[in-house]
Structures are given as C-alpha cells and as structure tokens.
Design a protein around this ligand. Sequence first.
Ligand code: ASP
Ligand code: MG
Length: 473
Amino acid sequence: MKVVMKFGGSSVASAERIRNVADRVKVTGKGHQVVVICSAMGDMTDELLALCADASKGLEKQVEERLASIREMHLAALAATVSEKSVRRQVLGVLNVTLSQLEKLARGSTVLGELTPRSRDAILSCGERLSNPLVWGALLERGMDAVYMTGGEAGIMTDDRFGDANPLMEVTKFQVKEKLSPLLAEGKTPVVTGYTGATQSGDTTTLGRGGSDLTATIIASAIDADEVWIWSDVDGLMTADPRLVPNARVLREISYEEAGEMAVFGAKALHPRTLEPVGEKGIPVRFRNTFKPSDQGTVVKRNPKLYSKNVVKAVALVKEVAVITVAGASMVGKPGSAARIFDVIARSGINVLMISQSVSESNISMVVARSSMEKGANALELALLGQGGVFRKILTEHDVSAIAIVGGGMRSTKGVAATAFEAIAAKGINVRMTASGSSYQNLSLVVAEKDAKETVRAIHSAFHLEKLNSHSG
Ligand code: ASP
Ligand code: MG
C-alpha cells in the first residue's frame, strides 16, 4: 500500500514527539511505501507571524529575541532527536541554511520597516523547513532511507497569491509524480514540508493556515496513494465540539461532501480545500490521534456507511459572525437586486457564509465574519442606498452565532428541519435566520450568541448523536 502520513504541529511539537513520529513511520514503512509530510513544530507558525509583525514595525530588539529563541529551540530539538554524529551534522547543515535565510529576511525587513507578501511567505515557510529536517534525521537514524525536500522541490507549484496560494493542480500532479514515484520505487521515504509551494519563477509560497493537510492530499492524488493518514491531537471528526457537547462522539465514516460542509463551518483541523484532490479519486483520508495510535479515528471516503437512525451526523457552531440585512420593499420582483448586493460584497473581499432571502423578497440577509461586518455594511450603504429607493435600509446584527447541521442523509429524509426547530423551540430559543446549502447536506441557522451553545446541545440530543456508537457505526 502507498500511504501519505501527515503530522500536524502538535505531533511534532517536541523532540520526544518527533521521535515518536519517526517510530510510527518506521513501523508503517515496513509494509508500505510512505511519504511523510509535517507541519511546523507546535505554534511555530504563530511565532513566525509575530516575528513578521515585529519586523515590519522595525522593532529590532524584539526581532533579535525571537530569532534567537527560534534558533535555540530547533537546535535543542535536534540535539534531543538525533544522537548519531554524522546524521546530526547532515541535519544541522540543512537547519543552518534555513536559519540564516530566516535571519537575513527578518533583519532586512526590520531595517526597511516593511515586509512584502513575498518575503512574509519566505519567512512563514521556515517553520516547516525547520521541523521536517528533524523528522528526516530521526528517520535516517532509524536506518530508513529518507529524503528531505521542500514542497516546491517536491513539485508543488502555485500561483503567486502569497499567503493563500493556489496549487496549479495539473502541473503539480505531474511534477510530484515525476519526482516522488521513482524515490518510492527505490524504497526511499520522502519527507516533504507541508504548507509550502513555489511559484513558476521559484518564489516560495504558503497555502494558507492549516495548509499542510492540503499538501498531503495533493501529494496523495499525484502518486495515486491508497490512503492519507492525518495525525493530530484530536480523535477524529466529531458529532460536535466536545468542549461544547461533552458527550460528542467520534464519527467513524463520513463522505467527502459531509466533511467538506464541516470544514466550511470551521470544524477543527481541516483546511477547506483539503478534500478536493482526494475526493475526485476517492482516496480515503483517515483522521487519527497521534497520542492514541491504536484508535481508528475518522475515515472520509466515498459511500460511507449511513448510520441507521442518524441522517444528521454533526452540529457545528460558528462563532464571531454577524448578519447583514438589506431591506427594501421595492426589491420585490426586481431581477438583479441580489446580484448587485453580492457584487458589492465580493468587491470588498468579504466571504459570505450563509444567504437567505425571505419569500416576500423584501429582505436579503447574509452571514459574514464579524470582523468584516462594518466594512460590508458600509460598502453596501455607499453603493446601494439613495438609488431611487430600491434598497431602503442596511441592518446589522453582531450578537449572533451560526449553527450548521450536517449530514448526507438529509437530502432524502423528511422532517430534519422540523426536528431541529422543535428542539430549539422547546428551549424557548428564537431562530433569526435559516438557510440550506445547495448540497442539501447542511441546514444552517442563526441564533442569538447567548443561546448558541444551548442550541447546539439541543440539536445534538434531538438527533441522538450521543448514542452514535463510534465502533459499530
Ligand atoms: N504550520 C502551518 C499552520 O500552522 C500549516 C499547518 O500546520 O498545516 O497553519
Ligand atoms: Mg501548524
């Protein structure tokens, strides 16, 4: 079998954990061909972002302190990860190249007091370019024929939207296959930095926060892997956030579409585009807990088992959102009103999570991130009000939360909405807005922020999700 094993930041947060990862890869490597993808150690990416912020403000002292601590931490991790001298020397060589590039970039931008998106990505890529060599060293020390490379070197080519670059899929798949397949055939184990790619002209890019998952699925698709295993510190994808719903359960099997709906709504640890490359080919993705290696976790695949009584599989809460409503009675029957509204929003670079229009057509409401509510409302006011009175008013509500009810079985089952609304009404909670995703695998609603947690719990128990047995399905 060909397996892509991806380890998140928590799984490589210390020397001890890196040694653990290496042990696990070694065991897997006995029977399978393995590609390893790792994130930066722990919260390193956040550290690097803080470094960028300080550098662009020209804060020399802070920058030097941060650089010193990043250097020290990785060198200490190397000492505690790899004991064989020749291997240590090899890894040190790679770390030193990355560290000195990082230092040059950070110092350069501190002098200038500014940081271009391109330099920022070069800095952000260093987290992965420091953690992966450590894993590589640990594998070498265990006698594996491991090969370290960056995402760009592995063939991941992207556009130049620095910070949130899009892989150019066709070239990327071709290049990655050319690069990695021969190595695998020779019994080698590639260790590839997650999160990073390169433009056609060779500039380093990053794929957006949490992008290492995407690296893993792109590579899996390119080499026609049999499975992707994503290791993190959670048990898998769950029926709800266990901090909100203590009896939430791990989902054993779900479809790409269901997992996608959960990702859109911010379910933990999933980059929104993660499943695209593998969904097309039906390559299963397993979400597993590094600290519980014998657990099977959640597998995302085609045609998952339908839980007999559970058409609904998960309830997600989306915090920090707001509703913008465009009101205007004379919008009724005027084609193009909605298009104009969403054009304005799109031009402001605002992402819309949910849309609903009342049957009377006199109002259109949308849910956006709370941080972009003001901007969106202002843009709409400027663009739409006072134009012959088609749009009368822009209203905002900031004290709200969105809740998504997700499940593939909803498409063909009656009464899902009724069950949900009854459960919510029984708690005396008022639903302010609803929408159903076009996939019909998701029913979303908006309630007052203060009622959100209780709403999630009420829905979870109305669909008996706590009884979902993670082992028998
Ligand atoms: N290190 C990056 C981040 O924290 C990418 C990843 O972990 O997937 O966002
Ligand atoms: Mg990370």
